[in-house]
Design a binder for this molecule. Structure first.
Ligand code: L5W
Ligand code: ZN
Length: 541
C-alpha cells in the first residue's frame, strides 16, 4: 500500500459512502436543466451544429493571427428556460487540456447562432512531453504547502497548459491538495508545477468561501460565510462545515439558498441568515470556549452535501411547514418553523439555534433520555447553552437569561418563553400552581410534556443562574455568591460530557456538577461551594 492509500484509504471510502447515501438528493432547485442525453440524436445534432459554428469562428481567428486553429472537445449542452442552447467546449493542445481555455456557443430557440463566448488561448506554443513525472510534481506541491501530514485527502494531479499574464505558455501539473481539517488553515490549494523544471508557475486556493452580508431578522446586518460555486453564492460554509437550507414552507422538500451578489436581503433569505448566523455562533462558542469541534465533537454531523460536493454540512433548514410554532433537533439536523406570527415569529433567534444544537451535543454526550427528570435536565442544558451562545454573540444583559425572547409573541415587548433568573415569570401553563418551578418541591409529576421536560427544566435553569449570578432563593431563603457565567458554563459543560449518563436525574446532576467543579477548581473552591449551595437552594441535595 502506498502512503496515500494507507493514509486516505478509509476516509475515501467514507466519503463515497456518504455520497451513496444520497444526502444531496434531498436538495433541489438549483440545478440547471440539462438536455437528457447529449448522446441522443437531437442532442448530437445540436452539439454538431455548435461544433461547426465554433470551428468556423476559430478558423477566422487563426487566419487573422497566422496560427493553427485551436483544438477543442465538447463538454455538454444545456437548454435554458427560454429554450436557448448553450454548448460548452474545452480547448486542448496536442491532447493536453488548456487551463481556462473554454468557449460556449449559444443558439437561440430554432437554431439561430446568437453568440460565441470565446476564452480560448490562441496560438499555444509549448513542448507537451513532460520531463517530470506526476509523482515528482505532487511531491513538490506538498512540500510547498508544508508537508504531507497536513493533508486530509489524497492529492490529485492532471497535466494542463497554463498561459500566464505575459502570454507565456507552460506545460504544468495542476496539483489539487486538500487540507479540510476545520482549522483556520482549511484550504484546497491548487499548485501548477512546471512539468519541465519543477518550478511553481501559479497557485490559488480553491476553497470557495466568501464573506457575504446578511440582513438577519434578529441580529441586524451580519457577515455570513458563503460558498461561491459556478458564479452563484450558497449559504454554505465549507470551512466550518455549516449549511443552511430552505424548506419553502413544505415539510418534505429542501432547497439550497442561492444568491447572485452575496448580499442576502430578500424576505425569504432573512430567516436563513439568522439560522446560518446562529449555527456559526454556536459552532464558534463550542470551539473557542469548550474546545469542542461541532455537535458530534468531530466537525459534524454532516447531513446535506455542499454544492461543490466536497463535504457534508452541519445542516439547518428554515421555513419548515406552515405557521409552524416550533424548532427541533431530530438526531441529524436542525429545523426551524416560521411561527404563526402571533405566538412566534420565525424561530431562528440565536438562543433558539444554540438550544437546538445543544440537543445534538447532549445526544452525542450524556444522551439524557428525553423524559422525566433526565428529560428536564436535557431541556435545561439546552436552555443554558442557548443562553450562553446568545451571551457569546451579543454580550451579557438581562436578555441573556430570557429564552426565545426575540421570536416569542412578536406583539408583546419584553416577554419570553422561559426565564432562567426566575422561572415563575412564565405563567399560564397550569401544570404547577406557579409555572415554571424553580424548586424541586414545586416539580411537576404528571405525564404531560414527557413528564414536564419543558416545565421542570426551570429547576436546573434556576440552579445554573444562581451559580452564575448568585442571589437568594425565594422559597428556601438560601443565598449563593455567583461565580460568573463563564465558570458556571465550564462546570455545566464538563458535567454533561464527563459525569452524566442517559438516566441522570436531578440528584445525579448535582453530583455531576460537583464532580466537574471539583476537578476544574478543587473541592474547597468558591466555585465548588457555589454549585453545592445552588443545588441546596433549589431543593436538590
Ligand atoms: C422554542 C422552539 C423549541 C421552544 N424545544 C424548545 O425543546 C423550543 C426552544 C424555543 O423548548
Ligand atoms: Zn428543547
Amino acid at each position: 500500500m502506498d502512503r496515500f492509500s494507507s493514509k486516505f484509504g478509509l476516509s475515501r471510502r467514507l466519503v463515497l459512502g456518504l455520497a451513496a447515501a444520497g444526502a444531496l438528493s434531498a436538495c433541489g432547485g438549483e440545478e440547471v436543466p440539462v438536455i437528457p442525453g447529449v448522446e441522443s440524436e437531437v442532442g448530437q445534432q445540436a452539439v454538431g451544429r455548435a461544433e461547426q459554428a465554433l470551428a468556423a469562428h476559430l478558423d477566422k481567428a487563426a487566419q487573422a493571427l497566422g496560427t493553427a486553429r485551436a483544438e477543442f472537445v465538447s463538454k455538454g449542452l444545456q437548454r435554458d428556460e427560454l429554450g436557448f442552447e448553450h454548448t460548452r467546449f474545452q480547448q486542448t493542445f496536442r491532447g493536453v487540456l488548456v487551463f481556462g481555455g473554454e468557449a460556449i456557443v449559444h443558439h437561440e430557440p430554432g437554431g439561430v447562432l446568437q453568440a460565441i463566448t470565446d476564452d480560448f488561448r490562441p496560438g499555444i506554443q509549448v513542448d507537451v512531453t513532460p520531463r517530470l513525472s506526476a509523482a515528482e510534481a505532487i511531491s513538490k506541491a506538498i512540500s510547498l504547502h508544508g508537508g504531507f501530514d497536513l493533508l486530509t485527502a489524497p492529492p490529485e494531479s492532471e497535466l494542463v497548459i497554463y498561459r500566464d499574464d505575459n502570454g507565456r505558455d507552460f506545460l504544468t501539473y495542476k496539483v489539487q491538495l486538500r487540507q479540510e481539517d476545520g482549522t483556520e488553515h482549511t484550504s484546497m490549494p491548487v499548485k501548477l508545477i512546471d512539468a519541465h523544471t519543477g518550478e511553481l508557475v501559479f497557485e490559488y486556493d480553491n476553497l470557495q468561501t466568501a464573506t457575504g452580508t446578511g440582513s438577519s431578522l434578529y441580529s441586524g446586518t451580519v457577515s455570513v460565510t458563503t460558498l461561491l460555486y459556478n458564479s452563484t453564492y450558497y449559504l454554505e460554509d465549507t470551512t466550518k462545515r455549516i449549511g443552511t437550507f430552505d424548506s419553502r414552507n413544505t415539510t418534505s422538500s429542501v432547497y439550497r439558498f442561492a444568491d447572485a451578489d452575496n448580499v442576502w436581503n430578500s424576505t425569504t433569505q432573512r430567516a436563513g441568515v439568522d439560522a446560518h448566523f446562529g449555527a456559526t455562533k454556536t459552532y464558534d462558542y463550542f470551539k473557542n470556549v469548550h474546545g469542542r469541534n461541532g455537535i458530534d465533537g468531530n466537525g459534524g454531523p454532516g447531513y446535506f452535501s455542499a454544492i461543490n460536493g466536497a463535504t457534508t454540512l452541519i445542516s439547518s433548514r428554515v421555513h419548515y411547514g406552515s405557521n409552524y410554532n416550533n424548532a427541533f433537533w431530530n438526531g441529524s439536523l436542525m429545523t426551524y418553523g416560521d411561527g404563526d406570527g402571533s405566538v412566534f415569529s420565525p424561530l431562528v433567534a440565536v438562543d433558539i439555534c444554540g438550544h437546538e444544537m445543544q440537543h445534538g451535543v447532549t445526544e452525542r454526550t450524556a444522551g439524557l433520555i428525553y423524559s422525566g427528570e433526565s428529560g428536564a435536565l436535557n431541556e435545561s442544558w439546552s436552555d443554558v447553552f442557548g443562553a450562553m451562545v446568545e451571551r457569546y454573540a451579543y454580550g451579557e444583559s438581562s436578555d441573556t437569561w430570557k429564552i426565545g425572547e426575540d421570536a416569542y409573541t412578536p406583539g408583546t415587548a419584553g416577554d419570553a418563553l422561559r426565564y432562567m433568573d426566575d422561572p415563575h415569570k412564565k405563567a399560564g401553563g397550569g401544570y404547577t400552581s406557579n409555572d415554571d418551578p424553580c424548586h424541586y418541591s414545586e416539580r411537576y409529576t404528571g405525564t404531560s410534556d414527557n413528564g414536564g421536560v419543558h416545565i421542570n427544566s426551570g429547576i436546573g435553569n434556576k440552579a445554573f443562574y444562581m451559580v452564575a449570578k448568585g442571589g437568594t432563593h425565594h422559597l428556601s431563603g438560601i443565598t449563593v455568591t455567583g461565580i460568573g457565567a463563564d465558570a458556571a458554563a465550564k462546570i455545566w459543560y464538563r458535567a454533561l460530557t464527563t459525569y452524566m449518563t442517559s438516566s441522570t436525574n436531578f440528584k445525579g446532576a448535582r453530583a455531576a456538577t460537583l464532580n466537574a467543579a471539583a476537578s476544574l477548581y478543587g473541592s474547597t473552591s468558591a466555585q465548588y461551594n457555589a454549585v453545592a449551595t445552588a443545588w441546596l437552594a433549589v431543593g436538590v441535595f
